[in-house]
Design a protein. Structure first.
Lengths: 389, 288
């Protein structure tokens, strides 16, 4: 009998060795020297000061927003152009190559496909291998001008800026430096922003900052009442130094359908304004009434903002009949486009007063009369905001 | 009985230990002389031929539909090989590997030739190793058959030129061929774990069909489990998890991470199921 047992020893020993190896590999390497203590302001200043202009690395992104997953089965390539929201579901991995401010390449590695964005100088190429399409964009040369605006001689140093930013944040957000973490094998400070508001859906935002050079290595957004991070993007590997220069030379392969996209030097008219309002956080600080007087022709069209800080709700009014037809078209188009996105359409549910897209971080309410309300707050708050007008 | 005559192992009477290389040579000869093995390789080679002919006689395929790369074939014949290799990953390749690996021990036992093999003092462990090596050689030749047939038929039916990678960069046809061989190597590595499973299952039974079917079913089950989001924690441990990862070899620069991950995973499966097969085979009563 002992002979039989001896013969089975490898069958027992091998899994045991593998299990031990996996366990040992998953333990955090604690031998590293702890990073010197820093205050939140110092860590923020590190981000502002970082001089890392050239690097290559792999970024892993994962989302648990509660949007439906895109199933990826069989030998077909993954969802490519079908849906932009697809980037917000499931895991994604991308390779990033950066060399200075004007050379960059991002490769989103889809299943059996790839989405590329290559920038060299003022030229930007977008390429999607799934449908073999390329988009060429000439970026306006004005970017140089705006950069020089950023750093005139007498402007605040990163430390001052960080302190100012902290002052501004302090009312709504608790900023702290948590225990050091390790991202892509590098020791990093962990800067944690926790909303003071009890209403918002956002639980906390954590940014890992490289302990040596101040490069942000990961961003993790947690939602209230959810174990896993709602959104996380982090370097899984990082190499400092200039990547191969040939990577930034891009020409669309023969057979690809190429589209030229012109970028207007100045955002023109109403559509540009609307876009800016939707994204620009700085505008939200202004009194909405001011803005309406600024743009009289846009009255009833500019997004309205209620609440402050993390409880902010942005309301986009319905395109009214009196508005210029061009802007109405574009407004309607953008809402249509949003709903045509197969993934978002799937995620839309009917609620009282309209339809809603609910994620663990952001809620969107599309009212029956065409208005749109967006905010990191529970849906009831959006409905209340919609009912208030 | 026919198999006995094919095998040129030393007669049971001579008590000389046959060398491992001669054992392996006879195993390979036996494997590749079988009609079944030849038919399976031919069937695999037929996949790219069918794809190429269909694309040739039909109208252009719109991009983004069907298997990836299908729309590129009419522009560049080398994509026949890539498409065929992609299409054969989920079922055709595991099917043939299942047949070969499931047959290793159970086939001999089913035919009653196993005890003769063991009478020749080859040693059970060595016999197991030789059997596994034979299956491994088949793992290498199966994707290679698809790749070479694909490159050949593509070259005959379509223009061949610089190949656009997934990243949009162009490489010359000779580098594209190297990448294709790399993909074949990736798939060979992918199949080694499945072969080890097949070898173990083959030691469990005297009915080769049972071992073959079980191996193939396991490869399908593993792929199904890999699609269930509820089992996300399990996914990195499934031997099929990296099977489609060879796309990274078609990027610029080549991403070697998935190749490494895959090799490590398959090595783990080979170690675990090799040890299980060893435990089972050396303690087994060979009655037939």
């Amino acid at each position: 009998m002992t002979a039989t047992w001896l013969r089975w020893t490898p069958a027992v020993a091998v899994p045991a060795v593998i299990a031990a190896g996996v366990l040992a590999g998953s333990l955090p390497a604690s031998a590293r020297d702890p990073l010197p203590e820093k205050t939140p302001a110092q860590v923020l200043a590190m981000i502002g000061q970082h001089q890392t202009k050239s690097f290559s690395g792999t970024v892993e992104q994962s989302s648990e927003l509660g949007l439906p997953d895109v199933p990826q089965v069989g030998p077909t390539s993954g969802a490519g152009t079908g849906s932009l929201a697809e980037l917000l579901t499931g895991p994604h991995s991308a390779r990033v190559y950066v060399d200075g401010p004007t050379k960059a390449r991002i490769q989103v590695m889809d299943r059996m496909a790839e989405r590329d964005a290559v920038r060299q100088g003022n030229e930007l190429w977008l390429y999607n291998s799934k449908d073999n399409t390329a988009t060429h964009v000439m970026l306006p040369a004005a970017s140089k001008e705006s950069r020089s605006h950023d750093t005139p001689a007498g402007v605040a140093t990163p430390e001052e800026l960080a302190a100012k930013m902290l002052d501004k944040l302090d009312g709504s957000t608790d900023v702290a430096v948590a225990e050091d973490t390790e991202v892509a094998g590098r020791a990093a400070y962990s800067l944690v922003l926790t909303p003071r508001s009890a209403v918002t859906l956002v639980g906390s935002v954590a940014v890992a900052v490289d302990g040596e050079n101040g490069l942000p290595l990961s961003v993790e957004v947690r939602a209230r009442g959810q174990q896993e991070p709602a959104f996380r993007t982090a370097f899984s590997s990082l190499t400092l130094g200039a990547p191969d220069a040939a990577l930034f030379n891009f020409a669309p392969p023969p057979g690809a359908s190429v589209k030229e996209l012109a970028v207007p030097a100045k955002p023109n008219g109403t559509t540009g304004q609307a876009d800016k309002n939707r994204t620009g956080k700085d505008l939200a600080d202004k009194n909405p009434a001011d803005r309406n007087t600024d743009h009289r022709d846009l009255r009833g069209h500019a997004p309205t903002v209620t609440g402050s800080g993390w409880e902010r709700i942005v309301g986009i009014p319905a395109p009214s009949a009196s508005a210029p037809s061009e802007s109405r078209e574009s407004g309607k188009q953008s809402v249509d486009r949003l709903l045509n996105d197969p993934l978002l359409r799937q995620a839309t549910v009917t609620v009282q007063g309209g339809r809603a897209i609910s994620t663990s971080l952001v809620n969107v309410l599309l009212t029956d009369d065409g208005r749109t309300f967006v905010g990191s707050v529970p849906l009831e708050r959006l409905q209340a905001a919609a009912a208030a007008r | 009985m026919q198999r006995l005559t094919v095998r040129d192992s030393p007669a049971p009477g001579t008590r000389r230990r046959p060398s491992s290389s001669s054992l392996l040579a006879s195993e390979l000869k036996q494997l590749f002389r079988r009609r079944r093995t030849q038919a399976m390789l031919l069937a695999l080679a037929a996949i790219p031929v069918v794809i190429a002919v269909v694309v040739r006689v039909s109208s252009a395929v719109p991009p983004g539909r069907g298997p990836a790369f299908l729309d590129r074939i009419s522009q560049n014949g080398l994509f026949v090989a890539v498409t065929a290799m992609l299409v054969s990953v989920p079922l055709f390749l595991p099917l043939t590997i299942g047949v070969v690996a499931g047959d290793t021990i159970a086939g001999e036992a089913g035919l009653g030739t196993l005890r003769y093999l063991l009478v020749a003092p080859a040693g059970r462990a060595r016999l197991l190793l030789v059997k596994y090596a034979g299956a491994a050689v088949f793992c290498i030749s199966a994707p290679l058959a698809v790749a070479l047939a694909g490159a050949g038929i593509g070259w005959v039916l379509f223009p061949v030129g610089p190949v656009a990678l997934l990243s949009g960069d162009l490489v010359e046809p000779d580098e594209a061929l190297v990448r294709m061989l790399l993909i074949a190597a990736y798939q060979a590595v992918s199949l080694l774990g499945l072969s080890a499973i097949g070898l173990f299952l083959s030691t469990l039974t005297d009915v080769p069909v049972g071992a073959m079917a079980a191996t193939i079913v396991l490869s399908v089950v593993s792929q199904v489990l890999d699609q269930l989001p509820q089992l996300e924690w399990l996914h990195p441990w499934l031997f099929t998890h990296h099977w489609f990862g060879f796309a990274d070899l078609l990027r610029q620069p080549i991403g070697w991470d998935s190749f490494g991950d895959n090799a490590l995973l398959q090595a783990g499966y080979i170690a675990v199921f090799g040890a299980l097969a060893f435990g089972r085979f050396v303690s087994k009563d060979v009655l037939s």
